[in-house]
Design a protein around this ligand. Structure first.
Ligand code: GAR
Length: 207
């Protein structure tokens, strides 16, 4: 079967903020650079700037407001993840794409979408898991930085890496300048991985 003969890979894209990766993926779909389409953009933050961009592009959006799951003991993560899964499943995606979604997902959630859950992390994994990667890279005096697309497993930023993009660290960089360079590179990297999954040349194999 040729790539053209396949039906487009259906994507649910999860965001928490600006959503520039989501926009890059949506543009790659719209320009038929990749055989995929976004069936839903979901945010845990009702005021995420990316939601407005998604609406402007005519994409269906949903909000699963994290604050609705606040209890005196903190966020009820299990209830949040269950509602998130319900909203995702309603959209019937083939692939769940975390694009700047700043929540740690529970093991039952991750298991439910095993092999269909992709994340982009702003570092050359396994280096610099977690937050504030750009500043940590600068503090360590690294000459090179980048981003990794990986399948999500229960281990934070620990699932199998499928592709990485590299950028130089330049003299005079601050965290903001470095983040912008990484981010721009991500706009090519993430659609390219999704395109390969859509054409069947890249697939999940259980660890
Ligand atoms: C991206 O740089 C992505 O790698 C990072 O957040 C940014 C989101 O930008 N993700 C993480 O830090 C995940 N832990 P965007 O909202 O403009 O796509």
């Amino acid at each position: 079967m040729t790539a053209r003969a396949r039906s487009p890979l259906k994507l649910a894209v999860l965001i928490s903020g600006r959503g520039s990766n989501m926009v890059a993926i949506a543009q790659a779909c719209a320009q038929q650079q990749i055989n995929a389409r976004i069936v839903c953009v979901i945010s845990d933050q009702p005021d995420a700037a990316g939601l407005e961009k998604a609406r402007e592009m005519g994409l269906p959006t949903r909000i699963v407001n994290l604050q609705d799951f606040r209890t005196p003991q903190g966020i009820d993560r299990a209830a949040f993840d269950a509602e998130l899964a319900r909203v995702i499943d309603e959209a019937e995606p083939d692939l769940v794409v975390l694009a700047g979604f700043m929540r740690i997902l529970s093991p039952p959630f991750v298991r439910r979408y095993e092999g269909r859950l992709l994340n982009i992390h702003p570092s050359l994994l396994p280096a610099y898991k977690g937050l504030h990667t750009h500043q940590r890279v600068l503090d360590a005096g690294e000459r090179e930085h980048g981003a990794s697309v990986h399948f999500v497993t229960a281990e934070l930023d620990g699932g199998p890496v499928v592709m990485q993009g590299r950028v130089p660290v330049l003299p005079g960089d601050d965290a903001q300048a470095l983040a912008a360079r990484v981010n721009e590179m991500e706009w090519k990297l993430y659609p390219s991985v999704i395109g390969r999954i859509a054409e069947g040349s890249l697939q999940w194999s259980p660890p």
